[in-house]
Design a protein around this ligand. Structure first.
Ligand code: COA
Length: 548
């Protein structure tokens, strides 16, 4: 057992500030485990351990300014190595890496791009990035049309250990971006083309190029990133982002970026609690916890890779009034959006000849009044759909959450949309297949009244297999209803009207009811949809069939 110090290796800068500890006293660490994060004005970097053992003392504090050779931690190791050895002779890999870094920095500073420039167009190439391995583009910092200054960051590259911003080696307008996020690049690969204002000379030979005129060096990476990164420079030297950037400024180290990618966490939405807003691992944990604890139904998401609709200031066009959405309105919006984004919708349209149904309904008007109820087309529609659901079981099913199976329901509960001053509510009538028209008529009236009085209980809005949205009383010739997922089908009903219908020898006036059925195309194919619609149309056109 021996106690030894880990020291700061060559960090490519005179001094850098300790901004984050990644270990604490008592931690068991292995060689290459990151100990702390240092940050200079150009880069931040995780400093890995050169020793394996137990951390017995932290020798510096957050905010300390460290230079190469400063002792960071005291580690109790199994092997007896003289501490002096560690201090005086940094391991070979450190030296090799230090050499690699300075080579990389020099290469970058002295000969950023030897491409000739003609007719004002300048190709920007990947400079020496200190490794022969291809490194992935994780962020594009500019868009076509952007004006960039020499030294402005064009993109961010990241390997498994380090990330670096690649600066522009000229000033001008971005004409073309030749790479995309996810592409792998090596030294010399084309990044893009700039249109430079004046004539740009081919950069002179390295020896003649004054260093201060070169673009600021990208944070150096070890010669072989995958082999021995002792100082892993990380992305986001914030000062390098002088240009109008197409991406949000995100300030985080490679480990945090990697974790964020693994969990698909949009870093630009995470607020950093570290120094200068740096995103720490704990910030990712907090972000995920907050997302998980948010009531999903009440959130209108702008995620899922879909660009948000840009905010607009409408008041510049005239006076406006802003009113908060009701709770029901928010839930409906979230449900509709979720359904629209998740369910591949197909809608089929048809007209049912309800002439006889309407005559029958009219004949029952007095009886309905005596019973203290009202027989609208809705109970007939409920009944017809119940038969359709039983005969077309896919319409009476849901896709399992993992998308691996279909769950068929052996009950027939149907929801119907009710327009209330507070928003749309969908009460559910249970066992529609077992109920008669009068019973259904009464239940429709009762549930619609409860909905309008905001007295529906949650249980009265749950368990539907299918939904009917009837806008017939309002008018309209047709609309595309959105499936109320996890249900897989919904019937839209528009206003019936008398139409001339060809009966084979002449046009006759018939009352036609426009119907539209939307369904989840993952579960129901066009033929299934057609069969369901045909059956509902047939049942409404000849209501005697409802009794069969
Ligand atoms: N075509 C022609 N007339 C129709 C009709 C249709 N498809 N559907 C209903 N009507 C008539 C009714 O017969 C009634 O006329 P009457 O009084 O002369 O008999 C009148 O329109 C009003 O009917 P209503 O009281 O609305 O009853 P309903 O049973 O048709 O509908 C609700 C009940 C609760 C569904 C309905 O009031 C409602 O809220 N609809 C809105 C649904 C909605 O907003 N959907 C959109 C979801 S995005």
């Amino acid at each position: 057992m021996a106690k030894q110090q880990v020291i700061v290796p060559d960090i490519g800068a005179d001094a850098a500030e300790v901004i984050e500890w990644m270990v604490q006293v008592g931690d068991e660490i292995a060689v290459d485990d990151s100990l702390l994060v240092l940050e200079s004005d150009k880069a931040s970097m995780e400093v890995p351990s050169t020793l394996a053992g137990t951390v017995v003392e932290l020798l510096v504090n957050i905010g300390d300014s460290l230079s190469e050779g400063a002792a960071i931690v005291l580690v109790e190791t199994a092997d007896a190595i003289e501490p002096a050895q560690i201090r005086e002779e940094p391991p070979e890999t450190n030296q090799a890496e230090a050499a690699g870094q300075s080579e990389a920095q020099e290469a970058l500073a002295e000969a950023p791009n030897n491409q000739p420039v003609s007719a004002g167009k300048h190709s920007v190439l990947v400079p020496d990035i200190g490794t022969d391995d291809a490194v992935e583009v994780i962020e594009l910092s500019v868009s076509v049309g952007d004006e960039v200054e020499e030294g402005d960051t064009l993109l961010v590259l990241e390997s498994d250990k380090a990330s670096m911003e690649i600066p522009s080696d000229a000033s001008g307008r971005v004409l073309e971006i030749a790479v995309a996020v996810g592409a792998s690049l090596k030294q010399g690969d084309l990044i893009g083309v700039l249109e430079v204002a004046g004539h740009v000379d081919t950069p002179p030979a390295p020896a003649q190029e004054p260093k201060q005129e070169a673009p600021p060096p990208a944070p150096a990476v070890p010669k072989s990133v995958s082999e021995q990164p002792k100082t892993a420079p990380v992305a986001k030297a914030p000062v390098a982002r002088a240009t109008a950037s197409s991406s949000e400024v995100v300030y985080a180290g490679p480990a945090v970026r990697k974790l964020a990618r693994e969990f698909s966490i949009p870093l630009e939405q995470v607020s950093g609690s570290g120094p200068r807003g740096r995103i720490l691992k704990e910030d990712l944990h907090t972000f995920v916890q907050q997302r998980l604890s948010k009531p999903e139904a009440a959130t209108v998401s702008v995620g899922a890779g879909i660009p948000a609709v840009p905010a607009a200031d409408f008041s510049q066009f005239g006076s406006v009034r802003e009113e908060a959405l009701s709770k029901i309105g928010k839930v409906t919006a979230a449900n509709m959006q979720r359904s629209w984004l998740n369910v591949p919708h197909v809608t089929q349209y048809d007209d049912a000849d309800v002439t006889d149904l309407e005559a029958f309904r009219a004949s029952l008007k007095d009886e309905a009044a005596r019973k203290g109820t009202k027989l609208t087309p809705l109970p007939f529609l409920l009944k017809a759909c119940a038969v359709g659901l039983k005969d077309n079981p896919k319409f009476n099913s849901s896709l399992s959450a993992d998308g691996e199976s279909i769950i068929y329901k052996e009950y027939v509960h149907i929801g119907f949309a009710v327009d209330t001053p507070a928003g749309l509510l969908v009460p559910v009538i249970r066992d529609v297949d077992k109920k008669g028209l009068w019973e259904l008529a009464e239940e429709v009236l009762e549930l619609a009244a409860l909905a309008r009085d905001k007295k529906l209980k949650p249980a009265q809005m749950q368990g539907a297999c299918f939904t009917i949205s009837s806008l017939g009383a309002l008018g309209g010739k047709g609309f595309t209803p959105i499936v109320n997922a996890p249900e897989v089908g919904i019937l839209g009903v528009s206003k019936s009207s008398v139409q001339p219908v060809w009966d084979g020898s002449s046009f006759v006036p018939r009352t036609m009811l426009p119907l539209s059925v939307s369904y989840d195309h993952r579960v129901i194919n066009g033929a299934d949809g057609g069969r369901f619609m045909n059956q509902v149309v047939a049942l409404l056109s000849d209501i005697r069939r409802l009794t069969l």
